[in-house]
Design a protein around this ligand. Structure first.
Ligand code: AMP
Ligand code: MG
Length: 339
């Protein structure tokens, strides 16, 4: 199969629609990362997405709809606080998990009675969703466990020859996946941190909890996806705490002396420190949103440049940085995850 990258035009949207209604998958841009889209009502299309990504079959998918789509077609209950969150943050990088009507394919939620729904803000995603006018499941358009894609080229690198069409909407501004927030209970509960922070949600509706999974306890996890090793670049990765600049530098020198192509990924304020010491660096940026938007791009670049990638954790750890740290730790395999 030839994989084509096309700008978003009436012609490419119509081609994408034909592929979707034929049970195929199309990669689409969003403001977070690129998604691998398929018809949420079509069992075959949903299964195809799991297959082409190599995604574990207990990791449910998010249904994406345009901003005028009638959510009550697919969700069973819409609590007033969820409505408030939608008005405040959607379209945008927030996914809400509702009780499902069971209308979409049972493969979407992997047997759960809930459905995760998102309304992306990206103009290209909206144009595509309006064109098809059905819910589209769209997990990140990367091979499972690999770094998420923030450009059409990233998607091409993972899926060349495996999907027919990539709609090119430019580089993703957000850079990390949406915040996933459960709204099936009395209060919102964050299942995956992201650009819409716990503080922003709590400010809007008074309260917001955060779910920390513990798969060793045998408890059935609320959001299976959070348990998997994710976002990993294909090189050796070593993560150091924000205070351990010396440790990072010592390790850099050791790896370099062994002939390994080695880089240090760090926030902007440390770049000159490492450069002065003679190290090659990758600059994560200085603001929270800059670090979120550059992370995956740099991890993809790193796997081309490096045998060994050393990262130093950013010093700031609240707000958006909760999401950035979550992805960084998973990419470096330094959290409790299934492999
Ligand atoms: P991705 O599409 O790769 O960004 O991953 C989707 C994320 O949403 C994963 O972490 C899933 O576990 C989570 N998710 C999707 N559907 C549900 C659901 N019904 N309940 C809880 N979490 C969900
Ligand atoms: Mg993903």
């Amino acid at each position: 199969m030839k994989t084509q990258i096309k700008p978003i035009t009436p012609e490419s949207l119509s081609e994408a629609k034909n592929i979707i209604f034929d049970g195929g998958v199309v990669a689409i841009p969003t403001e977070t990362v690129y998604g691998l889209g398929g018809n949420a009502f079509d069992d075959r299309a949903v299964q195809r997405i799991f297959e082409v990504k190599g995604r574990p079959n207990d990791n449910p998918l998010i249904a994406h709809v345009h901003s005028d789509y009638d959510l009550l077609k697919i969700i069973d209950y819409d609590p007033p606080y969820a409505k408030k969150l939608r008005e405040a943050f959607l379209p945008g990088p927030l996914t809400l998990v509702y009780p499902s009507t069971g209308k979409v394919s049972p493969y979407v939620s992997c047997g759960l009675q809930t459905l995760a729904v998102r309304i992306p803000a990206h103009a290209g995603a909206q144009a595509f969703l309006r064109e098809v006018d059905i819910p589209i499941v769209a997990p990140s358009a990367n091979i499972s466990k690999h770094v998420s894609p923030t450009s059409a080229q990233h998607v091409y690198e993972d899926f060349e020859g495996k999907i027919p069409l990539i709609l090119d909407g430019g580089a993703c501004e957000g850079g990390i996946e949406s915040t996933v927030c459960d709204v099936t209970g009395e209060v919102p509960v964050i299942l995956r941190p992201g650009l819409i922070t716990r503080e922003m949600i709590a400010d809007m509706v008074g309260v917001c909890e955060e779910y920390t999974p513990d798969f060793k306890s045998g408890e059935k996890v609320k959001s299976p996806g959070v348990l998997y090793k994710h976002y990993a670049p294909r090189c050796k990765t070593l993560l150091f705490g924000a205070e351990d600049i010396e440790g990072a530098l010592k390790t850099y020198i050791k790896e370099k002396n062994m002939g390994k192509r080695t880089f240090i990924l760090c926030e902007e304020s440390l770049v000159s420190v490492f450069k002065t010491a003679g190290a090659d660096t990758l600059n994560l940026g200085s603001t929270d949103s800059e670090m979120a938007s550059r992370l995956y791009e740099l991890l993809r670049e790193a796997e081309k440049l490096c045998d060994v990638l050393i990262a130093v954790e950013p010093r700031k750890t609240d707000g958006i940085m909760v999401g950035v740290m979550n992805r960084l730790k998973k990419a470096f395999g330094s959290v409790d995850v299934k492999h």
